[in-house]
Design a protein around this ligand. Sequence first.
Ligand SMILES: *[C@@H]1O[C@H](CO)[C@@H](O)[C@H](O)[C@H]1NC(C)=O
Ligand SMILES: *[C@@H]1O[C@H](CO)[C@@H](O)[C@H](O)[C@H]1NC(C)=O
Length: 316
Amino acid sequence: MATSPPTTALPTTLQLPSDIGIGNVTIGGYIACVMAKYTLHYARHHPKMQHQVDLRSAVVQFYRPVFPTKSMTMTLREVSIGKGWSTLRVESFQGDKLTTSGDLVVTNFSNEGVTLQTGWRPSPEPKPIDLTKLETDSHPDWISYHCAFYPDGFQRGHSYAKAFIPRTPRREATFVEQWIEPGWDCHPQGSLTNEMIQFIVEMPLPVQEDLFPPIEGKPSTGSIAATLEFAEALEEDGSKALKARVVNVSLTLSTEIKQRLPSEGVRWLYLRNECKRILNGRMDMEVLLFDEKMDLIAISHQTAFLIPPASKIQKL
Ligand SMILES: *[C@@H]1O[C@H](CO)[C@@H](O)[C@H](O)[C@H]1NC(C)=O
Ligand SMILES: *[C@@H]1O[C@H](CO)[C@@H](O)[C@H](O)[C@H]1NC(C)=O
């Protein structure tokens, strides 16, 4: 049976900002956001997809690091166009090298369908919080950690979000919890929007650092214990030269978005990330993202490979 050739969009080429990076590599979650923006733009101008204005899911694979020093070209192919949702495949290249690909599903979250209360809640439940106390950084239980921005710093991308972590981490917890607000230079209105979800879920504090034993009584730099020390002492926080034991190379980032945040964005999101297993360098992570009413906004799964930090500075 003859099939019609796949419809493709004209490739688009862009220059990535070097500020949203870690070492000399662009943050993967940011690349995923750029791919989503391109996809939604394509859908909006397509007669059969113009109502599908929401990104419902994105499964993104990273094949090689993306460098902001080179331009990035994206191509798009229609995989399946449907009435309820459509799937588009985006590929990103630098030079002739494929760096990233993603299958992105667009839909309209206002389309009606079966709605049931599942009664599911994250366990253990997040403790109620007075967000006005976070705004003034005067909460007795939560302390802010905002990675300082240096144009030549290592963790530049992390400055774009500010995190609050519990002063006393829960003893039994296998997860890291944080409240996130926009950080440095985030958005004109300084708010968190759907466009940024893949970026937000990909850059929480690295849980794996907590699992290393302390060296000479000192916790590993990226760990929550060390972050608490930085937050309290306001000392050199690793944003300029990373001293963590490992950095991860993202392999896959799969994000399922549940609902539309208000278009003007929100100030606060609550995030929980949990690592299930790290074996021979391979790590998995599950991230849950909630709004301030503890409504589920997104679920994300990531796999990464852990390597010593120096290799992220060299051209891999
Ligand atoms: C999304 O769907 C709702 C309900 O069907 C509709 O009112 C709205 O216009 C749609 N959005 C767009 C941008 O078409
Ligand atoms: C990868 O490392 C970055 C930077 O330390 C961190 O924010 C992110 O959570 C890590 N990703 C995974 C999957 O651990």
